[in-house]
Write a protein that binds this ligand. Sequence first.
Ligand SMILES: [Zn+2]
Length: 416
Amino acid sequence: MRVSWEVDGGVHHLTFRLDPEDEVTGFCADGEPLTLATNSCRIELPRASRDLHPDLPALAAWTVVAPWTRRAVVFDRPISPELAEAIRSGWAVEAGPVGAAPRSGAGPATDGLAISYSGGADSVAVAAMLPEAPFVHFQRVSHPRVPNRWTHYRADVLAGLAERTGRELTVVRSDLEFTLARPRPGYPEHHAVAAGALLLADELGLGGLAFGYELGSRWLGGDRYLLRFTPDNPMWAPHGAWGRAFAAAGVHLVLPVGGVSEAVTMRLALGSELRAQVRWCLRGVNGPCGTCGKCLYKELIQAAVERRPLRTTIGPGRPVARKWQEPPPYGGQEMIEYGCARVPGVEETVFGRAAAYLGATEVSTSWLDRCYPPAIEEIPERWRGRVRDFMTEEVGLMSDREARRVETWGTIRGTP
Ligand SMILES: [Zn+2]
């Protein structure tokens, strides 16, 4: 893989060329097969940036090209030995040329922490926890050479909501998701959402970037990943491949809500001053669409948190409700258990069958109301105290017995 950047004012153009051993179908760190659509993309920053440490554009490029790289990656400027070693040990890929001093040793200018802010409940919960941290928001824009068949995705609406938070904000516009043909446009690696933040890291003095990944994504193998306890999650563990690569570039991955469930992030988001700007739906304009799978899933969680019946017009025959008519396992199953155990009258809703399969109770799901302490311990020391204080005061920590529920997830009866 050969990678080159061209910079024109605030616009960074990335072009990459596959080597003979590289393949157009590769794999994301979570195992999802990904097919390449095109070999170029751009990242637009609001202004031209100063000289960047070369590890930053290199790592930004790596978040895009990693799935399709087999044996070697050649960047257009020398990188630090630390970043090269992280890529070698994390992916078994030779990275070079090597020859830059590490950025991580740069000192006081790299103390800052920004939030990779999407506007969903999880990132709003992070924002509530870190009221001083600036936001970097990724906005999808069209690619000049790839048709946009996802016009219902309203990235413009989400960027507008981020603007209305009144927080210090940088919106990064990029077409990098269109490098992906299959399964659909999206981040080649989940970390590509941070590509713009990496290019801004020197300007913002960042030593860390906070993400809204919660307990399920970090520890329970949420979503596309295998449903089991995953302390070594290659995407989000600090000692995982991506955690080491970001640390090598002096921008630590920070997961302030990595120890709490989506019920807790929902409660924190709806109780925060940014409540009016929370939006997990990618489709709605003047509010959530109410008909997509994300709206249905989050409605179950919100209804559970608010202790009220489900408000939805979606019936069990609709495609977005079909999976809840089948037996488990389900993606985000811990939250389906939590919701089914708490929503009054759930048996009469589209989740009725799932509720019967799972047989969850308030007692069996009470661990999801508290924070898993090891998630606090893995936050870099300079930010750990703030997260620990917030979790202790606002949420409460899991007992040893509750923590065991996290650590045996996927291996005990009632879970997949
Ligand atoms: Zn929706």
